[in-house]
Design a protein around this ligand. Structure first.
Ligand SMILES: [Zn+2]
Length: 280
Protein backbone atom coordinates (compact mmCIF):
# COMPACT_ATOMS: atom_id res chain seq x y z
CA UNK A 1 0.00 0.00 0.00
CA UNK A 2 1.40 3.40 -0.91
CA UNK A 3 0.56 6.52 0.99
CA UNK A 4 1.32 10.20 0.41
CA UNK A 5 4.47 11.68 1.95
CA UNK A 6 2.38 13.88 4.21
CA UNK A 7 0.11 11.04 5.39
CA UNK A 8 1.03 11.48 9.06
CA UNK A 9 0.43 15.20 8.89
CA UNK A 10 -3.00 14.63 7.35
CA UNK A 11 -3.88 12.14 10.08
CA UNK A 12 -2.74 14.62 12.72
CA UNK A 13 -5.52 17.09 11.91
CA UNK A 14 -7.31 17.75 15.20
CA UNK A 15 -10.79 16.28 15.66
CA UNK A 16 -13.55 18.85 15.88
CA UNK A 17 -16.78 17.97 17.64
CA UNK A 18 -19.54 18.25 15.08
CA UNK A 19 -22.05 19.24 17.73
CA UNK A 20 -20.24 20.46 20.86
CA UNK A 21 -21.92 20.00 24.23
CA UNK A 22 -22.75 23.69 24.21
CA UNK A 23 -24.74 23.42 20.94
CA UNK A 24 -28.00 22.45 22.59
CA UNK A 25 -30.08 24.29 25.13
CA UNK A 26 -29.68 22.16 28.25
CA UNK A 27 -32.82 20.39 29.45
CA UNK A 28 -34.30 21.63 32.75
CA UNK A 29 -32.96 18.69 34.78
CA UNK A 30 -33.64 20.33 38.16
CA UNK A 31 -37.28 20.80 37.19
CA UNK A 32 -37.54 17.15 36.07
CA UNK A 33 -35.93 15.87 39.27
CA UNK A 34 -38.19 17.93 41.48
CA UNK A 35 -41.27 16.94 39.49
CA UNK A 36 -40.28 13.27 39.62
CA UNK A 37 -40.72 13.34 43.38
CA UNK A 38 -44.48 13.52 42.77
CA UNK A 39 -44.47 10.46 40.46
CA UNK A 40 -47.11 7.81 40.94
CA UNK A 41 -47.75 4.75 38.80
CA UNK A 42 -50.78 4.90 36.50
CA UNK A 43 -50.09 2.08 34.03
CA UNK A 44 -47.74 -0.84 33.67
CA UNK A 45 -47.22 -3.53 31.06
CA UNK A 46 -44.94 -6.54 30.92
CA UNK A 47 -42.86 -7.17 27.83
CA UNK A 48 -42.84 -10.96 27.54
CA UNK A 49 -39.55 -12.60 26.65
CA UNK A 50 -38.87 -12.80 22.91
CA UNK A 51 -41.90 -10.60 22.30
CA UNK A 52 -42.89 -6.91 22.32
CA UNK A 53 -45.58 -4.71 23.87
CA UNK A 54 -46.85 -1.18 23.21
CA UNK A 55 -47.92 1.47 25.72
CA UNK A 56 -49.09 5.08 25.40
CA UNK A 57 -47.36 7.76 27.46
CA UNK A 58 -48.94 11.23 27.79
CA UNK A 59 -46.61 14.23 27.57
CA UNK A 60 -45.34 15.25 30.98
CA UNK A 61 -45.35 11.68 32.29
CA UNK A 62 -42.37 9.39 32.92
CA UNK A 63 -41.89 6.13 31.04
CA UNK A 64 -39.86 3.77 33.24
CA UNK A 65 -38.20 0.96 31.30
CA UNK A 66 -37.53 -1.76 33.82
CA UNK A 67 -35.63 -5.01 34.12
CA UNK A 68 -37.68 -6.77 36.82
CA UNK A 69 -36.32 -10.32 36.82
CA UNK A 70 -32.90 -10.83 35.28
CA UNK A 71 -30.38 -9.62 32.69
CA UNK A 72 -32.22 -8.63 29.54
CA UNK A 73 -31.81 -6.17 26.70
CA UNK A 74 -34.70 -4.20 25.20
CA UNK A 75 -35.17 -2.67 21.76
CA UNK A 76 -37.28 0.50 21.91
CA UNK A 77 -39.26 2.29 19.19
CA UNK A 78 -40.91 5.64 19.92
CA UNK A 79 -43.65 7.36 17.95
CA UNK A 80 -45.68 10.52 18.41
CA UNK A 81 -49.01 9.17 19.61
CA UNK A 82 -51.51 9.48 16.77
CA UNK A 83 -48.89 10.23 14.10
CA UNK A 84 -46.65 7.32 13.15
CA UNK A 85 -44.78 9.55 10.69
CA UNK A 86 -43.01 11.16 13.66
CA UNK A 87 -40.66 8.55 15.03
CA UNK A 88 -37.41 8.25 16.92
CA UNK A 89 -34.32 9.35 14.94
CA UNK A 90 -31.47 7.16 16.15
CA UNK A 91 -28.87 8.62 13.78
CA UNK A 92 -29.29 12.28 14.72
CA UNK A 93 -29.60 11.39 18.40
CA UNK A 94 -26.21 9.66 18.02
CA UNK A 95 -24.71 12.67 16.25
CA UNK A 96 -25.97 15.08 18.91
CA UNK A 97 -25.27 13.06 22.07
CA UNK A 98 -22.86 10.22 21.22
CA UNK A 99 -23.00 6.49 20.60
CA UNK A 100 -24.61 5.77 23.99
CA UNK A 101 -27.14 7.87 25.89
CA UNK A 102 -27.77 8.50 29.56
CA UNK A 103 -29.09 11.14 31.97
CA UNK A 104 -29.53 14.56 30.36
CA UNK A 105 -29.55 13.22 26.80
CA UNK A 106 -32.63 13.54 24.65
CA UNK A 107 -34.27 11.21 22.15
CA UNK A 108 -35.05 13.19 18.98
CA UNK A 109 -37.72 12.67 16.34
CA UNK A 110 -37.17 12.40 12.60
CA UNK A 111 -37.36 15.20 10.04
CA UNK A 112 -39.34 17.36 9.49
CA UNK A 113 -40.67 17.18 13.05
CA UNK A 114 -37.24 17.00 14.71
CA UNK A 115 -37.86 17.82 18.34
CA UNK A 116 -37.12 16.08 21.64
CA UNK A 117 -39.52 13.18 22.10
CA UNK A 118 -38.14 12.30 25.53
CA UNK A 119 -35.38 13.25 27.94
CA UNK A 120 -33.50 10.66 30.00
CA UNK A 121 -33.87 11.72 33.62
CA UNK A 122 -32.67 8.63 35.53
CA UNK A 123 -30.46 5.66 34.69
CA UNK A 124 -29.50 3.06 37.29
CA UNK A 125 -26.64 1.96 34.99
CA UNK A 126 -25.05 5.41 34.72
CA UNK A 127 -22.16 4.12 36.88
CA UNK A 128 -20.96 1.88 34.02
CA UNK A 129 -19.31 4.58 31.92
CA UNK A 130 -17.06 3.35 29.09
CA UNK A 131 -15.30 0.05 29.79
CA UNK A 132 -11.81 -1.11 28.75
CA UNK A 133 -13.18 -2.52 25.48
CA UNK A 134 -14.80 0.79 24.59
CA UNK A 135 -18.23 -0.61 25.43
CA UNK A 136 -21.07 1.25 27.10
CA UNK A 137 -24.81 0.83 27.64
CA UNK A 138 -28.01 2.14 25.98
CA UNK A 139 -26.65 2.51 22.46
CA UNK A 140 -27.99 4.28 19.41
CA UNK A 141 -25.58 2.52 17.05
CA UNK A 142 -27.23 -0.86 16.54
CA UNK A 143 -30.36 -1.17 14.46
CA UNK A 144 -32.24 -4.18 15.96
CA UNK A 145 -31.93 -7.90 15.28
CA UNK A 146 -34.02 -8.82 12.27
CA UNK A 147 -35.01 -11.86 10.23
CA UNK A 148 -33.61 -10.50 6.97
CA UNK A 149 -30.01 -10.26 8.15
CA UNK A 150 -30.45 -13.61 9.88
CA UNK A 151 -31.64 -15.16 6.64
CA UNK A 152 -28.78 -13.53 4.73
CA UNK A 153 -26.15 -14.88 7.10
CA UNK A 154 -27.59 -18.27 8.04
CA UNK A 155 -30.08 -19.19 5.32
CA UNK A 156 -32.61 -19.88 8.07
CA UNK A 157 -35.80 -18.17 9.21
CA UNK A 158 -36.39 -16.95 12.76
CA UNK A 159 -39.59 -15.09 13.68
CA UNK A 160 -38.78 -13.74 17.17
CA UNK A 161 -36.19 -11.10 16.25
CA UNK A 162 -36.81 -7.64 17.71
CA UNK A 163 -37.81 -6.32 14.27
CA UNK A 164 -40.59 -8.90 14.02
CA UNK A 165 -41.61 -8.48 17.66
CA UNK A 166 -41.92 -4.71 17.18
CA UNK A 167 -43.86 -5.22 13.94
CA UNK A 168 -46.39 -7.56 15.57
CA UNK A 169 -46.87 -5.32 18.63
CA UNK A 170 -47.28 -2.15 16.56
CA UNK A 171 -49.72 -3.88 14.20
CA UNK A 172 -51.81 -5.12 17.13
CA UNK A 173 -51.87 -1.75 18.88
CA UNK A 174 -52.66 0.33 15.79
CA UNK A 175 -54.94 -2.15 14.02
CA UNK A 176 -52.58 -2.35 11.04
CA UNK A 177 -51.55 -5.26 8.86
CA UNK A 178 -48.06 -6.63 9.47
CA UNK A 179 -46.89 -5.09 6.19
CA UNK A 180 -48.29 -1.68 7.13
CA UNK A 181 -46.79 -1.82 10.60
CA UNK A 182 -43.39 -3.04 9.42
CA UNK A 183 -42.90 0.11 7.35
CA UNK A 184 -43.02 2.18 10.56
CA UNK A 185 -40.55 0.10 12.58
CA UNK A 186 -37.26 1.98 12.83
CA UNK A 187 -33.77 1.93 14.29
CA UNK A 188 -34.02 1.52 18.03
CA UNK A 189 -32.66 2.70 21.31
CA UNK A 190 -30.92 -0.43 22.59
CA UNK A 191 -32.02 -0.26 26.22
CA UNK A 192 -29.57 -1.89 28.68
CA UNK A 193 -27.50 -3.32 25.79
CA UNK A 194 -23.70 -3.09 26.12
CA UNK A 195 -22.02 -2.40 22.80
CA UNK A 196 -19.17 -0.60 21.13
CA UNK A 197 -16.77 -0.64 18.22
CA UNK A 198 -13.52 -2.61 18.35
CA UNK A 199 -10.46 -0.37 18.67
CA UNK A 200 -8.50 -2.05 15.87
CA UNK A 201 -11.11 -2.54 13.15
CA UNK A 202 -14.12 -0.45 14.12
CA UNK A 203 -16.41 -3.49 14.09
CA UNK A 204 -19.66 -3.39 16.02
CA UNK A 205 -19.56 -5.62 19.09
CA UNK A 206 -21.83 -6.57 21.95
CA UNK A 207 -21.02 -8.04 25.34
CA UNK A 208 -23.01 -9.32 28.30
CA UNK A 209 -25.11 -6.45 29.61
CA UNK A 210 -24.37 -5.30 33.17
CA UNK A 211 -28.13 -4.93 33.77
CA UNK A 212 -29.59 -6.80 36.73
CA UNK A 213 -33.05 -7.20 38.23
CA UNK A 214 -34.22 -3.84 39.55
CA UNK A 215 -32.38 -1.67 37.04
CA UNK A 216 -34.33 0.93 35.11
CA UNK A 217 -34.09 3.79 32.64
CA UNK A 218 -36.52 6.71 33.08
CA UNK A 219 -37.65 8.79 30.10
CA UNK A 220 -39.57 12.03 30.58
CA UNK A 221 -42.12 12.21 27.75
CA UNK A 222 -41.76 15.62 26.09
CA UNK A 223 -44.68 14.88 23.73
CA UNK A 224 -47.51 12.33 23.72
CA UNK A 225 -45.77 9.05 22.94
CA UNK A 226 -46.47 5.54 21.77
CA UNK A 227 -43.64 3.34 23.02
CA UNK A 228 -43.07 -0.17 21.71
CA UNK A 229 -40.36 -2.35 23.25
CA UNK A 230 -39.07 -5.82 22.41
CA UNK A 231 -37.36 -8.15 24.87
CA UNK A 232 -34.52 -9.25 22.59
CA UNK A 233 -34.09 -12.99 21.97
CA UNK A 234 -30.42 -12.36 22.72
CA UNK A 235 -31.25 -12.04 26.45
CA UNK A 236 -28.28 -10.15 27.93
CA UNK A 237 -26.68 -10.32 24.44
CA UNK A 238 -23.51 -11.87 25.87
CA UNK A 239 -23.34 -14.55 23.20
CA UNK A 240 -25.82 -14.52 20.33
CA UNK A 241 -29.27 -13.52 19.21
CA UNK A 242 -31.81 -14.45 16.54
CA UNK A 243 -32.45 -17.83 18.17
CA UNK A 244 -34.14 -19.35 21.22
CA UNK A 245 -30.78 -20.39 22.75
CA UNK A 246 -30.10 -17.42 25.06
CA UNK A 247 -31.59 -17.16 28.56
CA UNK A 248 -34.26 -14.46 28.34
CA UNK A 249 -36.28 -12.48 30.86
CA UNK A 250 -39.28 -10.18 30.59
CA UNK A 251 -39.03 -6.40 30.75
CA UNK A 252 -41.53 -3.84 32.00
CA UNK A 253 -42.82 -0.44 30.94
CA UNK A 254 -44.38 1.71 33.63
CA UNK A 255 -46.08 5.08 33.14
CA UNK A 256 -45.68 7.48 36.06
CA UNK A 257 -47.89 10.53 36.38
CA UNK A 258 -46.42 13.77 37.75
CA UNK A 259 -48.35 16.49 39.55
CA UNK A 260 -49.17 19.19 36.94
CA UNK A 261 -48.14 21.96 39.32
CA UNK A 262 -44.72 20.30 39.67
CA UNK A 263 -44.30 20.80 35.91
CA UNK A 264 -44.89 24.54 36.01
CA UNK A 265 -42.33 26.13 33.70
CA UNK A 266 -42.15 23.13 31.39
CA UNK A 267 -43.70 23.27 27.91
CA UNK A 268 -44.05 20.46 25.40
CA UNK A 269 -41.65 21.26 22.52
CA UNK A 270 -42.96 22.48 19.18
CA UNK A 271 -42.01 20.89 15.89
CA UNK A 272 -38.84 22.25 14.27
CA UNK A 273 -39.28 25.72 12.80
CA UNK A 274 -37.71 25.11 9.40
CA UNK A 275 -40.47 25.53 6.79
CA UNK A 276 -39.15 22.74 4.51
CA UNK A 277 -38.71 25.09 1.55
CA UNK A 278 -35.41 23.40 0.61
CA UNK A 279 -34.46 26.31 -1.63
CA UNK A 280 -37.00 25.50 -4.34
ZN1 LIG B 1 -32.97 -8.06 19.35
Amino acid sequence: MTQPSDADARRAAPPVLVYPDTSLTPPPMDLYRRAAQSAREVARVTVPLRDATAIEVPAGHILRLGCPEGPQVGDLNLFARGDLSERFFSGKTRALHGTHVSVGDRLWSCFPHFRPMATIIADSLDWYGIDADGGSVHDVIGTRCDPYTHRLLSGEDYDRCCHSNLTRALAAHEGLSLAEAEAHVHDVLNVFMCTGFTWDSGRYFMKASPVRAGDHLDLFAEIDLLAVMSACPGGDCGAGHSSDHAACHPLSMTVLRLEPQALKGWDSPQRNGYASGHGA
